[in-house]
Design a protein around this ligand. Structure first.
Ligand code: PLP
Length: 360
């Protein structure tokens, strides 16, 4: 087998080799059917079993209560920025958004094309380097839900205390789903693009509480949550490859020990990097308050652009790839989604420590 690098890409993400290998062995001839799964009818028994396994695996792993429907939709997370308010709000109704960074902000801007998208809090004054407490929120009286981003993928910061408000929470969990438990008793909808913790791009998972399913305005059927729920996400041809990947990911996640395993592992992997950063005497810096640091996207800077360039180059040569920060913020970023093995995070931590010692 070719040598795979430790790939710290923020999305699409690295995937477990065993998941890719299992799909590879079945790719040409799925379970002796004489054809690939991606060549088969989506109404076939073979595909339906995979489709249901993906949904059931999500329900078990995330302990999703029975009064929530799990939808598998195309368009990734971004499609939900507008599809979601179109379903949950009549044209003259409003909701509130937390603007906590680039993703939270984008969600609010996109929503404002289809509804009154009020701003419950905006982190601009802190350069988007902190999260609000419930007391900081200014939720308008007629807001029907509160939207938040559980992990800001670009700045490397996460929500730790879920807001305690009267209205349902709507959570974009794209970059930390399956790394921690979710507060179902406060949730109306959770959604995530699949290409970070769930598999490959081209699929969005949308988990909707039953009483919010029915659209509050007239919508074409593809945009209606209720239509997808009624068809068990087989309203039209689903993205078969992506759903297959999701089902194999969920199988692997459960084999590894489920949510509890990955919650522990996320703390351990991110802890490896943060302790090198904090122990580097200021050689590496991270701007996020310690309590709010992301466990999936670890950002850091070096003392100069020159050192950063040589760090990235040397890392690449050591098989540690895709560590460059988002183009809008610069710096470095190591994304440690569930597909990144603890050995990968440990290898990066060792490399960083060694680099700082040699350069410092
Ligand atoms: C990556 C990401 C998105 C965008 O996901 P797409 O599937 O590419 O639309 C949205 N929100 C968050 C928090 C993300 O990390």
């Amino acid at each position: 087998m070719s040598t795979r690098t430790w790939n710290f890409c923020a999305g699409p993400c690295t995937l477990p080799a065993i998941v890719l290998e299992r799909m590879q062995t079945q790719l040409l001839d799925y379970q002796s059917s004489g054809m690939s799964l991606i060549e088969m009818s989506h109404r076939s028994a073979s595909y339906e079993a995979v489709h249901q396994a993906a949904i059931d695996g999500l329900r078990r792993t995330l302990s999703i209560p029975d009064n929530f429907q799990i939808l598998l939709l195309q368009g990734g997370a971004m499609a939900q920025f507008s599809m979601l308010p179109m379903n949950l709000l009549a044209a003259d109704e409003a909701a509130a958004w937390i603007r906590s960074g680039q993703w939270g902000n984008k969600a609010q801007v996109e929503a404002s094309a289809v509804c009154r998208a009020d701003i419950a809090w905006d982190g601009k004054a802190s350069d988007y380097l902190t999260m609000p407490t419930t007391a900081d929120l200014d939720v308008t009286d007629d807001a029907r839900f509160l939207h938040l981003t559980s992990n800001e993928t670009i700045s490397g910061m996460r929500v730790v205390d879920w807001p305690d408000v009267e209205i349902p929470l709507v959570i974009d969990a794209s970059s930390d789903i399956l790394t921690r438990a979710l507060p179902w008793d406060r949730i109306g909808v959770v959604y995530a693009g699949a290409q970070k913790n769930l598999g490959t791009a081209g699929l969005g998972v949308v988990i909707v509480r039953d009483d919010l399913l029915e659209a509050r305005r007239a919508l074409p059927s593809y945009l209606q949550y209720a239509a997808h729920a009624k068809a068990n996400s087989l309203l039209n041809t689903p993205p078969i490859f992506q759903v297959w990947m999701l089902s194999e990911m969920m199988r692997w996640v459960e084999e590894c020990g489920g949510l509890a395993h990955f919650e522990t592992e996320a703390a351990q992997k991110s802890g490896d990097l943060y302790s090198v950063i904090d122990g580097s005497d200021g050689f590496f810096t991270n701007p996020i308050p310690v309590a709010l640091r992301s466990m999936t996207n670890i950002v850091f800077r070096l003392p100069s652009d020159e050192l950063q360039a040589s760090f990235l180059k040397a890392a690449e040569a050591a098989n540690l790839t895709n560590l460059k920060g988002h183009r809008s913020v610069g710096g470095c970023r190591a994304s440690l989604y569930n597909g990144m093995a603890p050995q990968g995070a440990a290898a990066l931590a060792d490399f960083m420590q060694d680099f700082a010692r040699r350069a410092g």
